[in-house]
Design a protein around this ligand. Sequence first.
Ligand SMILES: NC(=O)C1=CN([C@@H]2O[C@H](COP(=O)(O)OP(=O)(O)OC[C@H]3O[C@@H](n4cnc5c(N)ncnc54)[C@H](OP(=O)(O)O)[C@@H]3O)[C@@H](O)[C@H]2O)C=CC1
Ligand SMILES: O=C(O)C1=N[C@H](C(=O)O)C[C@H](O)C1
Length: 249
Amino acid sequence: MPGAELGPDRVVVTGATGRMGEELLAACEERGHDVLAVSESDDDAISGADLADHLEPGDVLVDFTLPEASLGYVETAADAGVPVVIGTTGYDGAGEASIEEAAEQVPVLRASNFARGIQALLGAVREAVAALPGYDVEVTETHHNGKRDAPSGTALSILDGIDDARGDELDRKYGREGVDPREDGEVGVHVRRAGGIKGEHEVLLAGNEEVLTLTHRAESRGVFAAGALDAAEWLAGREAGLYAFEDLI
Ligand SMILES: NC(=O)C1=CN([C@@H]2O[C@H](COP(=O)(O)OP(=O)(O)OC[C@H]3O[C@@H](n4cnc5c(N)ncnc54)[C@H](OP(=O)(O)O)[C@@H]3O)[C@@H](O)[C@H]2O)C=CC1
Ligand SMILES: O=C(O)C1=N[C@H](C(=O)O)C[C@H](O)C1
């Protein structure tokens, strides 16, 4: 298969049998990228333990796995001088720190959501929150029943944006039960897991006489794979550092 005209010589896809891994392989084929599939459960792919022996200059690694697997892949890529696109969510503080360390060695582009519409939502939420001081804010995210981390990485990005726009760290209130009225300085956070829903995020702002809702719904995982590949094409050949999806869109 010939390589694409722009971007990496080869895309290294970790977690190749995962929901996003499969979607990425399909998107690479559609764009004509050469691919190296990495998987712990597919005998036709190379295993993570052998990754270091297979990485080459000109590769970009794209990772949508689990934090515990992802950090090993990112470290191996950084040691080999290979840029990394990270879509995995749910890292703890130590994981965040390892990603920042890797970004001192190679370019690393990380996004909690590679749908372009989410970037627009993040901007709209900041604008709405800044324009409506004193309004109550509630964030709801809904995903498929196989999702492990909660709240979603995207919901966390939205919540950080709300704090920035308010100029205050709101108290994140996860659900509500019993006698538990709303208090000042709270932002409600609600998580739903059901069926095969690809990803929905809603931000509700309410005053006493009006309600504004801003919603994004991913209708297929193709939108995430397309954004991640756009990022891989953009990242190839850049300086080491930590980049964000908004740097290229
Ligand atoms: N930023 C974004 O736009 C998006 C981010 N995501 C995030 O991507 C991540 C993956 O999501 P999804 O594809 O649905 O998850 P899946 O569970 O479907 O796939 C994850 C894959 O990671 C690999 N893996 C799992 N555990 C290990 C392990 N211990 N060691 C090595 N490899 C492992 C497996 O692949 P194999 O057996 O082949 O190695 C597994 O299939 C999640 O964090 C999710 O939140 C998802 C969608 C969009
Ligand atoms: O796990 C998923 O599926 C998704 N995860 C990301 C997140 O945690 O925000 C992005 C998207 O919503 C799909």
